[in-house]
Design a protein. Structure first.
Length: 203
């Protein structure tokens, strides 16, 4: 597809994936944030928003025509069928935009691009990656980070964690596993070693 070596970066909420992405960005790697793209493709005027309203009705819109994410979540996650419908509408648009950004990364002379995506495997994005990295941490550490980051109670954080795959899922599916257990120096060193390994393979 492109000459840019494409890395898929994923992991459960609270594992510290964002910190890993920042370290990779500091090396000059292109970071493509799937969450940012997911918000962009449902902005007012975008075809994806029209498709969502056609399926879920205009009840998911605010008065100004923008997407009300809370209302969409309420109906889209009400059943597996509706969740599947949501993904079938949104994921292709996200993947197409990522493909465009990969082309731009090549035009900009980048050699490595990182797709930062919580749903890397669930969305099928792993299919366009040359390798994948999963960031993992213990449940206790993840829970603490989520509470501090999002202002949630322990119970709310646990529910969010329970709704996601376990670390075993990522360990089983990814090419490389990065452990992020609270020591900044250790994480930074682990990322550096892995990045050097990937860059060395490109020479």
């Amino acid at each position: 597809m492109t000459d840019v070596f494409t890395v898929g970066l994923t992991g459960s909420t609270g594992a510290g994936k964002g910190e890993v992405a920042r370290l990779m960005a500091n090396r000059g790697w292109q970071i493509i944030d799937a969450d940012v793209i997911a918000r962009q493709v449902v902005e007012v005027g975008e075809p994806t928003l029209t498709k969502l309203t056609e399926h879920f009705s205009n009840d998911i819109l605010n008065a100004d025509g923008s997407l009300n994410r809370r209302r969409l979540a309420a109906v889209a996650f009400a059943s597996p069928e509706q969740t599947e419908a949501l993904n079938a509408i949104v994921h292709p648009a996200i993947i197409e935009e990522i493909r465009q950004q990969l082309k731009q990364a090549k035009a900009d002379g980048k050699t490595v691009a990182v797709i930062d995506a919580p749903l890397l495997f669930q969305s099928g994005l792993d299919a366009i990656c040359d390798c994948t990295i999963g960031v993992v941490a213990t449940p206790a550490i993840r829970q603490q980070r989520i509470c501090e980051r999002d202002g949630l109670t322990v119970e709310e954080a646990q529910r969010r964690m329970d709704a996601q795959p376990s670390d075993d899922f990522y360990i089983k599916h990814v090419t490389y596993v990065l452990g992020n257990f609270g020591e900044w120096g250790e994480l930074s060193q682990s990322v550096q070693i892995l990045c050097e390994k990937i860059e060395g393979a490109l020479v």
